[in-house]
Design a protein around this ligand. Structure first.
Ligand code: UD1
Length: 419
């Protein structure tokens, strides 16, 4: 079993290149179902979740070539079959469900097992299904499966009760080949939703307003294959920013989109971190004294839930009381008890975490309970006395490209060990 061993005592320095966004490439790979031409994804992050969605598609006959060295993924779905994809693979990752929208668009029917995913809450799919039904699909579920069937999909007006990222993406992909106009109201406006829309537009889709809360889609007859480079990963960037802050270091992040990072930068600046835009990137400097802050996770452009755990690690070391409110997922504080093993002082009260900054964290054996929780433990390990051993790091590999290599390049004392 692989573990991550992190030793403290070193400041970070130098530069790190940010990879393309996991949450952008997953729906983009799903969207390649919508054309029987070849799609090529450039600068693709070589991540476990990316391999899983590719494997899911392979089980329904997609031809996918993953070029590790060139960071390229070439997908051809011309021989795709409308069969049920391997359920063990589907259950490995919630984002597998993103193939449902494009599959219904292309074949007018599809059956798939309920998706799995990170252990951060119940994560229903009702909004996805409501969207498919509104486009004219008959949706049924039971015995762990969801099934949809339609004579044809017809555009409609869909109001999402919550601006779900996945539901917005899935409905958008179902609607691009539907007859007439679809309007998604209270849509998610995350940069990854906009990136998927940009990919679909390159393929020939007509989509307006992606990146806002109202997305209008005019159905087209067919889509063509394209080459595409997804946006940089704002959460990976935020993770390195939090790591620089906690270690009081100065580092440069290359290849980021500063606009997408605004909600994260705003909170880091409030803590006291210096953030300087630089040519092709940003510089993070943690030399100042820090202040405790309050954070509430919200849909974009609010503070992202995917950065909550990493910020908690930072705030554990900032004198005073910080309050973190998690509004997106109901069970996303599992990292708190792991941080407590390292000497953190955190009290959980429902959706609020009250964090009292402590003088020192101490290295300990801890467990990555989910992807971002794992990243948070690495960040804490960078300043905890002694060494921190993190188990279940397969979660971290789902969403970070070569994380220990990138940290090593910045001078951190971190290694992957087999035990
Ligand atoms: C995506 C991201 C994930 C991020 C999350 C919130 C991907 C692959 N994953 O996940 O990293 O943490 O956005 O920014 O892009 N909900 C419903 N019914 C639904 C769908 C969602 O009630 O049908 C609820 C969820 O339970 C949750 C909230 O909506 O409480 C947000 O979920 P959603 O935005 O859908 O997250 P994902 O797309 O799964």
């Amino acid at each position: 079993m692989n573990k991550m061993l992190v030793r403290s005592g070193r400041q970070l320095q130098g530069e790190v290149n940010i990879s393309s966004a996991k949450n952008a490439i997953l729906p983009i790979i799903a969207a390649s179902i919508l054309s029987s031409d070849t799609c090529t994804i450039e600068n693709a992050p070589m991540l476990r979740d990316v391999f899983v969605i590719c494997d899911v598609l392979k089980t329904i006959n997609a031809k996918i070539s993953i070029k590790n060295i060139e960071d390229k993924i070439i997908i051809n779905t011309s021989d795709l079959v409308c069969e049920e994809p391997d359920s063990d693979l589907v259950r490995k990752m919630r984002a597998s469900f993103l193939i449902m929208g494009p599959m219904i668009a292309r074949f007018k029917k599809f059956k798939i097992s309920f998706p799995g995913g990170c252990n951060i809450g119940t994560r229903p799919i009702d909004l996805h299904l409501k969207g498919f039904a509104s486009l004219g699909a008959q949706v049924s579920f039971g015995h762990g499966y969801v099934e949809a069937y339609a004579n044809k999909l017809v555009g409609s007006r869909i109001y999402l009760d919550f601006p779900s990222v996945g539901a917005t993406e899935n409905i958008m992909m179902a609607a691009v080949l539907a007859e007439g106009e679809t309007v998604i109201e209270n849509a998610a406006s995350e940069p990854e939703v906009e990136d998927l829309a940009n990919f679909l537009k390159r393929m020939g889709a007509q989509i307006y307003g992606a990146g806002t809360d109202t997305i209008r889609i005019i159905g087209v007859k067919e889509l063509k294959g394209v080459k595409y480079r997804p946006i940089p990963d704002r959460i990976e960037a935020g993770t390195f920013m939090a790591a620089a802050a906690i270690t009081k270091s100065r580092i440069k992040l290359n290849g980021v989109n500063e606009e997408h990072l605004k909600p994260i930068i705003a909170k880091l600046v409030e803590v006291g971190v210096i953030v300087i835009p630089d040519k092709d990137g940003i510089i993070i400097d943690g030399k100042n004294n820090f202040n405790p802050i309050d954070i509430k996770t919200m849909p974009y452009p609010g503070f992202p839930t995917d950065m909550q755990a990493q910020m908690m690690s930072l705030l554990c070391t900032v004198h005073g009381t910080s309050v973190i409110t998690e509004t997106i997922f109901e069970n996303r504080f599992m990292h708190a008890s792991e941080l407590e093993k390292m000497g953190a002082n955190i009290k959980i009260n429902g959706r609020c975490a009250i964090v009292e900054g402590v003088d020192t964290l101490t290295g300990s054996e801890v467990k990555a309970t989910d992807l971002r929780a794992g990243a948070a433990l690495i960040i804490a390990g960078l300043i905890a006395d002694g060494y921190t051993k993190i188990r279940d790091i397969y979660h971290i590999d789902r969403g970070y490209v070569n994380i220990e290599e990138k940290f090593k390049q910045l001078g951190a004392n971190i290694e992957r060990i087999e035990e």
